[in-house]
Structure formats: C-alpha cells, structure tokens
Design a protein around this ligand. Structure first.
Ligand code: FAD
Length: 505
C-alpha cells in the first residue's frame, strides 16, 4: 500500500470543494473524487432550451462585499477564487394568506429592516435590533468554546457568556418573545425558518440569529453565472495549486487498517490511499460503505436517531417575456397559507408554503433578452411523495404539482404565467436523491431538531465522529445546511488536516 496522496476528499459539493482547495493551496497532495462529470453537487446549473437555470441557490448568506467583507467573501478571497457577486438589497416579500395575513416587503440593512418593522408595528424596530445585537455576544462565546475544543469551563460560560446561554439553549421564538418582539413581527422575520428546515419554535435561537444577521447585515448574494460559477471558481483553485480532480469517480468503499483507521477509498474499482480522508458525503452513506467494526456504537446510534433534513419539489420555468411584462418586480417572494412557521411546516407537503424567485430582478441578463426565469421551491420530505407512486405515473404527478402551484401563483400574485411558458423542468425529492445520493434526497443533511442543533453538534463533534483519519464536512455536518455552512465546514476540515500534516496554519 502506497500513500500517493496526503488527502483524498470524497464529493465535490460546496464542502468538498473548499476542503480540497484549502489542502491543495497549502501544498498537500490532494485528490478530489466526484461521481458526476461536473463539480458542485447542489451548486450547479443546467440548460433547457435557451435558458440556463440555477438548481438550488435562492440567496447566499454571510457573504459581504469588497467594502464590507464577511465570512464567505473572505473565504473566497483567501482561496483566490474569483466570483462576480450580485446583491439583492431587499430581504424578501412575504405574502401570508388568510384572516391575519399580510403582504410586506422587508428592506435589507439593520436600519432599513428595523424602520420597515417599526412601520408595521410601532416600537418593534429597537426590539429586533436588540435581537441582532446578541450576535457579537454569541460569537465571542463560540470562539471561546472552539478555543477550548468543545469543552468550555462551565463557570466561565455562566459568568462571561450568560447571553449566549440564553440564546443557545432556547428556540428562536422563545428568545424573541423574551425580547418582547410582537407576534406578527416574529412571524414575518421567522419566514426564514425554511432556509434551515425547522420551524422557529424549535430551531435554536443562536442558529436563527446567525442566519438572520448574515442576511440583514451583509445582504443576500448571488453569482452572475448561477452557482456553477462558484463551483468552477473553487475547482480552478484546486487544479491551479496542483490538486487533482477526478470526475465520474464514485466512491464505493472506504478502506481501513487493522486499527480501524481510515486509509483510503475505492473508486472505479481502484484502491486509492491517503494519509487523511475528508468526506463531503453524509455519514449514513459512509458507514454503509465501511466495515461494521470501525463505526463506534455512539456514531451508529447518532446516525440512527437523526432525522433527515428537508428536500424539495422545484419548478424551473423559462418564460418568453420580461419580468416587467410578467408583472413581477421582487426577487424573492414567500407565499404562505398561514402566518405561523409551525403551521407552515405542518402544511408544507400540501403546498402551505412555497418560494418564488425571479433571478432577472437581481442578475438582469441571467436569461436571453426579452425573457425571464422563475424558480419555484416547495419544501417537502421524501416521505410525503405518494407511497403508491409508480414510475409510469411520475410524469403525471409532476404535471399535477406544476398545475396546482402555477395556478396558485397566478392567483396570489395577479400575474399570468401559463401563457408565457417556453421551458419547464420539475425536480422532486426523487431527483435530489438520485443526483446527490442522499437518503430521501435531503439537501439539508440532518434535521436541526432541538436535540441535534448547532450547539450540540459543535460541542459533541469530537465524541460523535471518532474514526481516525476521517473528517466530515458539508451541509450534513456541525453547522447545518446551506451554502455558507458547507463552505465553512469544508474550509475548517481542510485547515484541520493542514495543521495536522504540516502544522502551523
Ligand atoms: C432546491 C434547493 C434550494 C436550496 N436553496 C439554498 C439557498 O438558497 N441558500 C443556501 O445557502 N442553501 C440552499 N440550499 C442548500 C444547499 O444547496 C446545501 O445545503 C449545500 O449546497 C450542501 O453542500 P454539501 O457540501 O453538503 O454538498 P452536496 O451539494 O450534497 O454535494 C455532495 C457531492 O458529493 C457527491 N457524491 C455523493 N456521493 C458520492 C460518492 N459516493 N462518490 C463521489 N462523489 C459523491 C455528489 O455528487 C455531490 O457533488 C438549497 C438546496 C436545494 C436542493
């Protein structure tokens, strides 16, 4: 057995790409293995007719800009990955139907948002500002926990980081209620629950705060050429720094030595060895590709106890008219049957909640002149695909969904979509399961339930993942789903390995 590589990274999703770019840039002999013929996983693009569609990204959080850089902008700069960023300056428009419903558009920036909310419910702005101000306190506590490698001194936590304890151990709604944020304002802000896949009466206050702060303070960012541009720019860093990417290379087995250390993988029937392996693919799949004795009882129990995160039904629609002709001027519109996140979560499989994006309202030339695209996202769990759905009925099933949501969208927004459709493509949890190879087609990794939230994941990481030589990253890992989380965990995994093999980074 020969170690041809220092590091093998499995999966070229957002996490795997940043991990491999980090190790390659640090001079480690890096091999990235991807089962598809292009990088990115969720972060990709596809063509139908004259349209190039974005398959996943509504908006990227925590990017920042040249003038006001934040996590993701800095990460791309650090790697030397070039991206033409575009920004949406409103947060979103939300239409909640029914008796207590509303139709409001929220402005970006802390002041913009708080002024908007003050107009809706006088006095609510400063309370929301107080919520956002907790972010710096949470950050200093997280930095302390990381410095103590997940085992902080309890007294220091109580005396110095009491606000963190209050936010981290309560749901977003509990924290907002403690700050006396009115219910209607909570409902409006908590629209973002869907980006983390768990309603805000259960979702950790700290996690929600991170997301909200990332969007409010730094705006939502999109690359010019769909998320494929992001993936290509990082893949370029890998190869320019001597790393190797092998596409069409599905890993089918993880290899271990007698002590249970991960030492390699098999792809296309070839055994490949490295000092360290980084997996961008979900632990469920890794354990199924590993011999039984190497996975600890704790890790197995954790995997079996976890819920799968959300998947989606998505519609990608190319229209033969401009956004103006269509009558749509917003980029992101959330449409809800009920204003409360719990109810939206409970009814999402019946269409109680969906998102409409018109990319041309941020990236004007994202489709040919005189045309525009709509991206409609309906959150759904794979369990909610009809149990008796047969392959021969699948097309009909998708057509029925399209008809239902296009009709609702036309009625709710007062626009006429059907007569302008030139191309339409529909994905379901079955599509995501096939493309990503995740259980139930989850695009969000594991569900961020109360017991399996950001805080418990960070503090238990060392005990939960004990296989020597194997490090995980991606939307299924500690920080949960999303582009920025996957990029950050990939970068952290890469840096950990560089430190281990070279020291001093
Ligand atoms: C419809 C939709 C909308 C979304 N909207 C947003 C949004 O607006 N904002 C946001 O931040 N996030 C959004 N997300 C979530 C986000 O895309 C994901 O959380 C994130 O991209 C996951 O990244 P990852 O690193 O875990 O990799 P993944 O995207 O899961 O990629 C994993 C890679 O591993 C490869 N692979 C799998 N098995 C193997 C194997 N055996 N061998 C080799 N390669 C393998 C796959 O082909 C894939 O390329 C959305 C997702 C979807 C589907």
């Amino acid at each position: 057995m020969e170690n041809n590589y220092d590091v093998i990274v499995v999966g070229a999703g957002n996490g795997g790409l940043t991990a491999a770019a980090t190790t390659a840039k640090a001079g480690l002999r890096t091999l990235l293995l991807e089962k598809h013929n292009i990088p990115g996983g969720c972060a990709s693009s596809f063509r139908r007719g004259r349209f190039e569609f974005e398959p996943s990204l509504h908006e990227l959080c925590s990017v920042g800009s040249k003038e006001n850089p934040y996590e993701i902008y800095n990460l791309f700069e650090e790697l030397g990955a070039k991206v033409d960023w575009h920004y949406e300056h409103n947060l979103f428009r939300v239409i909640a139907k029914g008796k207590n419903g509303y139709d409001v558009t929220l402005k970006g920036s802390v002041d913009g948002l708080c002024n908007c909310l003050d107009e809706i419910e006088p006095g609510s702005g400063p309370k929301v500002k107080a919520f956002l101000n907790l972010k710096s306190k949470v950050d200093s506590a997280i930095n302390y926990i990381y410095a103590k490698k997940g085992h902080p001194n309890k007294l220091v936590m109580i005396l110095k980081h009491a606000d963190f304890m209050r936010v981290a151990s309560h749901s977003a709604e509990e924290v907002m209620t403690a700050l006396e944020i009115p219910q209607k304002i909570q409902n409006i802000l908590n629209t973002y629950w869907c980006y983390l896949g768990i309603p805000t009466d259960e979702l950790s206050g700290m996690h929600f705060l991170n997301l909200l702060y990332g969007y409010v303070k730094f705006g939502a960012a999109m690359p010019h050429y769909r998320s494929h541009e992001l993936s290509l720019s990082i893949a370029d860093v890998i190869t320019k720094n001597g790393g190797e990417i092998r596409y069409n290379s599905k890993v089918t087995e993880f290899l271990y030595n007698e002590e249970g250390r991960c030492i390699g993988v098999i792809a296309n029937g070839q055994k490949l060895y490295a000092k360290e392996i980084i997996s961008n693919i979900i632990p469920h799949n890794v354990y199924n590709m590993s011999s039984e004795h190497v996975v600890s009882e704790r890790s197995l129990k954790l995997a079996n106890a976890r819920g799968m995160g959300m998947s989606f039904v998505t519609m990608y629609i190319g229209l033969d008219c401009t956004p103006q002709e269509l009558g749509i001027s917003d980029y992101t519109i959330f449409i809800q049957d009920d204003p409360t996140p719990r109810r939206q979560y409970e009814t999402m499989n019946d269409g109680g909640f969906y998102i409409v994006n018109c990319l041309n309202n941020v990236v004007k030339d994202s489709s040919p002149e005189g045309s525009c695209t709509l991206f409609v996202t309906i959150p759904m769990h794979a369990d909610n695909l009809p149990a008796d759905l047969q392959p021969c009925d699948y097309k009909k099933y998708k057509n029925n969904i399209a008809e239902k949501f296009i009709t609702d969208m036309e009625k709710t927004l007062g626009i006429s979509v059907s007569e302008h459709i030139e191309e339409i493509s529909i994905a379901t949890p079955a599509t995501f399961a096939r493309y990503l190879d995740t259980p139930g087609g989850t695009a969000y990794g594991y569900s961020l339930n109360r017991w399996d939230n950001l805080m418990s994941r960070i503090s238990a990481e060392k005990d939960d993942f004990q296989i020597q030589g194997l490090t995980f990253c991606g939307g299924h890992h500690t920080r949960g789903d999303g582009f920025s989380s996957a990029y950050n965990t990939g970068s952290a995994a890469g840096k950990k390995i560089v430190n281990k093999l070279k020291g001093g980074m």
